[in-house]
Design a protein around this ligand. Structure first.
Ligand code: GLU
Ligand code: MG
Length: 449
């Protein structure tokens, strides 16, 4: 299975042959909506030829944020390189998947398809001579299911970073996840317990940005299945508990030239970072407020941006320190990269990568100057000191982030008006609904008034 599931340029005939030989009974035609939710239409091999001719149709009006009723027919174009057979089998046989691009009835890429938005940004990068590489670090929680099989936020585990409990339900599940990911073609580089109880991390090898975004979606799906088989639920909620670490999806980003050389590396530079890398980073810092609405899409995402839990609060970069938005990990020729630390795993990976790369390319194209690094603990500075150093805060909540997104022309243009309008509308609605809630905290503090 591992060999089949490594990304290859399959021909339709090769796919048909594998489906027959491996007794594939179901094929999931997958795509991602703008909120980062994986969707699929399941077909049997009897429909495979039709699907391979890009004729598989679905009703776009049933997907939130896609299209109005009167123009609802959409077509799924399977990306044949994403063909994979899932490592879990049932009695009737195997099931497989394609990740698809979405086209409208006229045969044009659908403007609201996050995967195509990323494709457009990558094509722009390639026109400038750059191949974008991204390595995500996925953090997540594993919680118990209740007796009715419903998710809870109860953890089974009192362990911490690198801990080994006597009976660690989470560790068994995590081992299974790593094996399933490898069977799906991932190169898993590390897996470990993270700081909070029931929190884990699995890292896999960086890849071309489109592949990486596809992998994030596959990762979440594989985890969901493996967790369930262990009586657990995998959760990508950014901050489940106040006072404990939240989950990030740090993005390690670099650019290669067409020959595959990492152009973020410069051996003559003091910290081995090239001028291109610096301008790219300046672009991300310049667009950071607006980017946040996509990188941190939930009301809950902003609860993670508090001091003391290795998540950023301020827009700055540093060579060593983990408190700023961008950190430069130790560099050697192969792995010169920047680590963007604000994204969390609830983000839509296609939109997140599209906007980060668009912001970085903008920095390069406009030759933006990089501010000085902040190599000290920003949290220990006073507000006045931060002000004097020109260090701004990330948006404090979803509302501020959406406002910053709307004010950022490059980002709204990159998303395209179709998706951007619907996204902003939905997020403002989410914010309004949340703001009208009365929380336990308010009761504890205000009931006595
Ligand atoms: N969990 C931290 C976060 O919220 C990151 C910890 C780490 O550096 O791995 O981003
Ligand atoms: Mg981590």
């Amino acid at each position: 299975m591992r060999e089949i599931n490594k990304r290859k340029d399959y021909s339709p005939a090769e796919i048909e042959k594998i489906v027959a030989e491996k007794n594939v009974r179901f094929i999931r035609m997958q795509f991602t909506d703008m909120f980062g939710k994986l969707k699929n239409i399941v077909i049997t091999p009897s429909q495979l030829q039709k699907a391979l001719r890009n004729q598989m149709m679905f009703d776009g009006s049933s997907i939130e944020g896609f299209v109005r009723i009167e123009e609802s027919d959409m077509f799924l174009h399977p990306d044949l390189a994403t063909f994979a057979i899932f490592p879990w089998q049932n009695d009737s046989g195997n099931s497989a998947r394609f990740i698809c691009d979405i086209y409208d009835v006229e045969g044009n890429p659908f403007l609201g398809d996050p995967r195509q938005i990323l494709r457009r940004v990558l094509a722009h990068g390639e026109s400038l001579g750059y191949v974008s590489q991204v390595g995500p670090e996925m953090e997540f929680f594993l919680f118990m299911l209740d007796s009715k099989g419903q998710p809870t936020n109860i953890s089974y585990d009192g362990g911490g970073y690198f801990d080994l409990g006597p009976v660690d339900l989470g560790e068994d599940a995590r081992h299974e996840m790593v094996i399933a990911l490898e069977d799906m073609g991932f190169e898993v580089e590390a897996a470990h317990h993270e700081v909070a109880p029931a929190q884990h991390e699995i890292d896999f090898k960086y890849a071309n940005a489109l592949i990486s975004a596809d992998q994030v979606m596959t990762f979440k799906y594989v985890l969901q299945v493996c967790a369930k088989r262990n009586g657990l639920i995998s959760s990508f909620i950014p901050k489940p508990f106040a006072g404990q670490a939240g989950s990030g999806m740090h993005l390690n980003i670099s650019l290669d030239d067409k020959e595959g050389r990492n152009i973020f590396y410069d051996e003559d530079d003091e910290i081995r970072l090239s001028a291109v890398a610096r301008k790219f980073m300046a672009g991300i810092l310049a667009h950071a407020p607006g980017l946040t609405a996509i990188l941190n899409p939930l009301v809950n995402s902003y609860k993670r941006f508090v001091p003391g839990f290795e998540a950023p609060c301020y827009i700055a970069w540093s060579v060593r320190n983990r408190s700023p938005l961008i950190r430069i990990p130790t560099v050697n020729r192969d792995n010169a990269r920047i680590e963007l630390r604000s994204p969390d795993p609830s983000a839509n990976p296609y939109l997140a990568l599209a906007l980060c790369l668009a912001a970085g390319f903008d920095g390069i194209e406009r030759d933006l100057p990089l501010p000085e690094p902040i190599n000290l603990n920003i949290y220990e500075l006073s507000d006045e000191e931060r002000e004097a150093m020109g260090i701004k805060r990330l948006p404090r909540n979803l509302y501020e982030a959406v406002e910053a997104l709307m004010a950022d022309h490059l980002l709204t243009e990159t998303l395209g008006s179709h998706l951007c309008t619907k996204y902003v509308e939905a997020k403002l609605h989410e914010w309004e609904e949340y703001s009208a809630q009365i929380t336990d905290w308010e009761m504890r503090h205000y009931l006595g008034y």
